[in-house]
Design a binder for this molecule. Structure first.
Ligand code: NDP
Length: 249
């Protein structure tokens, strides 16, 4: 597959570990220069950029909370000043704060919506004008099957990820006339820190429901993202692609 992303400038939020790290490294392997954003894990971020620069690409890690509008604006400004443009944005940063609605604290609701959904707004808003000027660009938003189906105990998370799906469809329509693709991927259970906290019994139940009888790997999500930012997917926009071992059909 010809990706056409060599020497493109890519920004991946939440790139210090897990799916974001795998995406950042996969993009670098295809020749992109990759800036990763992260929130707390300095060591993980350093490790990710070491791996990217080892491939001969330029890289940088920027610590910024995606839910903070001015922090994101400053981060994107700094990237444009140093790297010249932003061609690819992967909105990957995300958190869970699971609880049944009856027990959910307002802070748990707000933190998840602010990080997962407002974070996507903040980062996308900060890059679209540059993409509109250059009449090209690729945005991929990491949603979740939780946002496709709704999951009990995840009212905040499902709402944020469902919001990302609607955001993706609306923004795709706004930006298609300018040659910019906007798509979302909706992973199922992927082996990262995020699912470490799920009780063993619940993991067993989930595995029973997954036709492939295994959880996904971050690298498998990364391959899909590479496709969505490549020339091979030039006529795809406004789509949500599930990557879940067949769980949701
Ligand atoms: P991880 O918890 O492993 O990684 C999350 C990443 O997001 C980290 O790099 C973290 O940075 C970053 N992050 C969290 N909050 C912020 C913030 N406020 N500002 C900037 N960065 C932040 O999660 P995954 O890799 O599993 O998840 C990645 C994405 O995929 C998320 O959006 C998640 O919702 C989604 N997803 C994951 C699934 C799974 O099964 N794992 C399933 C479906 C969707 P740091 O650690 O430095 O603080």
């Amino acid at each position: 597959m010809k990706t056409g992303i060599e020497n493109k400038i890519a920004v991946v939020t939440g790139g210090s570990h897990g799916i974001g790290r795998a995406i950042a490294i996969a993009l670098a392997k295809e020749g992109a220069h990759v800036i990763i954003n992260y929130h707390r894990d300095d060591k993980g971020a350093q490790n990710a950029i070491d791996e990217i620069t080892a491939q001969g690409r330029r890289s940088k890690a920027i610590k910024a909370d995606v839910s903070n509008y001015s922090a994101v604006t400053n981060m994107m400004k700094d990237i444009k000043n140093e790297f010249g443009s932003i061609d690819i944005l992967v909105n990957n940063a995300g958190i869970t704060r699971d609880n049944l609605l009856m027990r959910m604290k307002v802070e748990e609701w707000q933190e998840v919506i602010n990080t997962n959904l407002s974070g996507v707004f903040n980062c996308s808003k900060a890059v679209v004008i540059g993409m509109m000027r250059q009449k090209s660009g690729k945005i991929v938003n990491i949603s979740s099957i939780s946002g496709v189906t709704g999951v009990p105990g995840q009212i905040n998370y499902s709402s944020s990820k469902g919001g990302i799906i609607s955001f993706t469809k609306a923004l795709a329509k706004e930006l298609a006339p300018l040659g910019i693709n906007v798509n979302a991927v909706a992973p199922g259970f992927i082996e990262t820190k995020m699912i470490d906290g799920i009780p063993v019994q619940n993991k067993k139940m989930a595995l029973d429901l997954i036709p492939f009888k295994r959880f996904g790997k971050p690298e498998e999500v990364a391959s899909l993202v590479v496709f969505l930012v490549s020339e091979a997917s030039s006529y795809i926009t406004g789509q949500v692609i599930n990557i879940d071992g067949g769980l949701v059909t």
